[in-house]
Write a protein that binds this ligand. Structure first.
Ligand code: IMP
Ligand code: MG
Length: 182
């Protein structure tokens, strides 16, 4: 059973639902009367994206991007590669990046630099989770769901070795199941 691999539930399904609704209300207010494009970073961000967009009360479109960092599984190397680019240009559009988690910050640092070169009208970031303790690059985040401690988390889109994304909550994986970060 997947649940047997979970050491601790960090954020419950209900807490996520409540916080997502609050963020969606804030975003709906901030972009009222304006064009809005949500850019979701695959794959981890999708579960948050679909719940967030269903709580938005303003018109918006979505697009997807996939990145991968070279190197070990639970450690971000800081070198990011684009696996899938956006379908459409973003010039003149209000872009809101929707992410599952910001850890070292390297992925979003790279992504925002690429997207800014395409001259969007605005570029902001919304992340479900923020691991501030691990930050190596300073990233201004506009919307944060939860600040979490420095633990490897799974569920609600987040994976370990491509598994556990379907869990309805955010949990901590039993340490014996993954290689400790070095
Ligand atoms: P960053 O570049 O270090 O900010 O992290 C980029 C990516 O690492 C995130 O988008 C996640 O895909 C992954 N990641 C970081 N921390 C965790 C975690 O605790 N659980 C699962 N994935 C994580
Ligand atoms: Mg991600």
């Amino acid at each position: 059973m997947l649940l047997d691999d979970v050491a601790e539930i960090l954020i419950t399904e209900e807490q996520i639902r409540q916080r997502t609704r609050e963020l969606a209300q804030e975003i709906s207010r901030d972009y009222e009367g304006q064009d809005l494009l949500l850019v979701c970073v695959l794959k981890g961000g999708v579960v948050f994206l679909v719940d967030l967009m269903r709580e938005l009360t303003i018109p918006h479109s979505v697009d997807f991007m996939a990145t991968s960092s070279y190197g070990a599984s639970t450690e971000s190397s800081g070198v990011v590669r684009i696996l899938k680019d956006l379908d459409a240009p973003i010039e003149g559009r209000n872009v809101l990046i929707v992410e599952d988690i910001i850890d070292t910050g390297h992925t979003l640092d790279y992504l925002t630099r690429i997207l800014r070169e395409r001259n969007p009208a605005s570029l902001r970031i919304c992340t479900l989770l923020n691991k501030q303790e691990r930050r190596e690059v300073d990233i201004p985040i506009d919307y944060i769901g939860f600040n979490i401690p420095n633990k490897f988390v799974i569920g609600y889109g987040l994976d370990f070795d491509e598994l556990y994304r379907n869990l309805a909550f955010v949990g901590v994986l039993k340490p014996e199941l993954y290689e400790p970060q070095t």
